[in-house]
Ligand binder design. Structure first.
Ligand SMILES: [Cu+2]
Length: 212
């Protein structure tokens, strides 16, 4: 079928070429073309019948047919996956490596001791900040054991950062003593727990550190 269509195409081509030829040459060419089609037709039956004959003359059992079909389908699928996989896996390997690096960096950053800054804001020397729990900023911080909290006195007045509470007094765990304007005080919390603190000069100033 394909051959015949091809031949018809060839014949058309031949006619196109023949437009510049004389009448005798045209007749001769048509004869050649028809002979060509005839040979092709014979060739078609000769060439293509043997390929269909063996499948009919040598019966293949159903299991063989299905397993053969399945095997071919499977190998085609594997080949397709391998071909697709080669280009994809290179990219996905890079992606996975990048993700692993990022996760490792994040884990290292999480594991590494951090320093959290807490400001002692301007104006805290007079009452008022306690109404919004803003005498330390932030007034409550959550850290991991081993992390450090660093208080920065950005006020113009002197303050203290003293473990404990105005009601209970100093806990003795940490105490900055008098922290002048623009001075800092840092304390590293090595043990988990909840640590309240206050300013001994201005007892309305309270804050807390939660250590995990
Ligand atoms: Cu104070």
């Amino acid at each position: 079928m394909r051959i015949k269509l091809l031949d018809l195409f060839n014949v058309t081509r031949i006619f196109q070429v023949m437009t510049s030829m004389d009448k005798a040459a045209i007749v001769f060419s048509i004869a050649i073309a028809l002979v060509g089609v005839g040979i092709a037709a014979v060739g078609d039956s000769v060439d293509y019948s043997p390929t269909t004959t063996p499948s009919v003359s040598t019966p293949i059992s159903e299991s063989e047919t299905s397993s053969g079909a399945f095997g071919a389908e499977l190998s085609a699928k594997i080949r397709a996956e391998a071909e697709a996989g080669n280009s994809v896996s290179a990219d996905s390997l890079q992606d996975r490596q990048a993700a692993a690096d990022k996760a490792a960096a994040q884990a290292a950053a999480d594991a590494a001791p951090k320093t959290v800054i807490v400001d002692i804001p301007i104006g805290t020397a007079v009452p008022g900040c306690e109404t919004t729990n803003a005498c330390f900023s932030p007034a409550m911080v959550s850290i991991n054991a081993g992390d450090t909290v660093e208080w920065a006195n950005i006020d113009t007045a002197a303050h203290t950062v003293t473990g404990g509470s105005p009601a209970m007094g100093p806990s003795g765990v940490f105490d900055s003593s008098l922290l002048m304007a623009s001075a800092n005080y840092a304390f590293t919390f090595d043990e988990a727990g909840s640590y309240d603190y206050f300013c001994m000069v201005h007892p309305w100033m309270v804050g807390s550190v939660s250590v995990n």
